[in-house]
Write a protein that binds this ligand. Structure first.
Ligand code: FES
Length: 151
């Protein structure tokens, strides 16, 4: 079986896995990194959203053999020690989460948005977040949290 060296949230892991194993399975089942959630499994819902290199990615449709040397960042990698990332703190301050299942993916998309656009407009936020689905309908609070983090 092929062997891969994956850098995830600053740590290196050596993984034996078939070439086509989805990165999400590696994260959750091999490494115990369960922030990225399994929702649809086909790249549509956004529950698994993480970062691969400098890009937002959907690990459920990213094969392990496509990751290479790019660093993988999940929600577990955002905080610095006990200090939450400003977007995580804004999510708490705005009481965004309801059931919470989609929120790690929402936050990872929001972090990527703010890295590109420091002060996004409502339209920027809606465009960036439109492919992260929330069954609880927390979209208004998500928008408020992104604005709070940007301030
Ligand atoms: Fe990956 Fe839905 S589980 S996008």
């Amino acid at each position: 079986m092929p062997q891969y060296v994956l850098k995830v949230n600053g740590d290196e892991h050596v993984i034996d896995a078939p070439n086509d194993m989805p990165l999400l399975y590696v994260l959750r089942d091999r490494l115990g990194i369960t922030g990225p959630k399994y929702g649809c499994g086909v790249g549509i819902c956004g529950a698994c959203t993480s970062h691969v290199g400098n890009s937002v990615a959907r690990p459920c449709i990213v094969r392990i053999d496509s990751v290479g040397a790019q660093e993988v960042t999940t929600i577990e990698g955002l905080a610095t020690g006990d200090v939450l990332h400003p977007v995580q703190q804004a999510w708490i301050d705005e009481d965004v989460a309801q059931c919470g299942f989609c929120q790690p993916g929402q936050i990872m998309t929001a972090v990527a948005l703010l890295a590109q656009i420091a002060n996004p407009t409502d339209a920027d936020i809606d465009a960036a977040m439109s492919e992260n689905v929330c069954r609880c309908g927390t979209y208004v609070r998500i928008r408020a949290a992104i604005k709070r983090a940007a301030a």
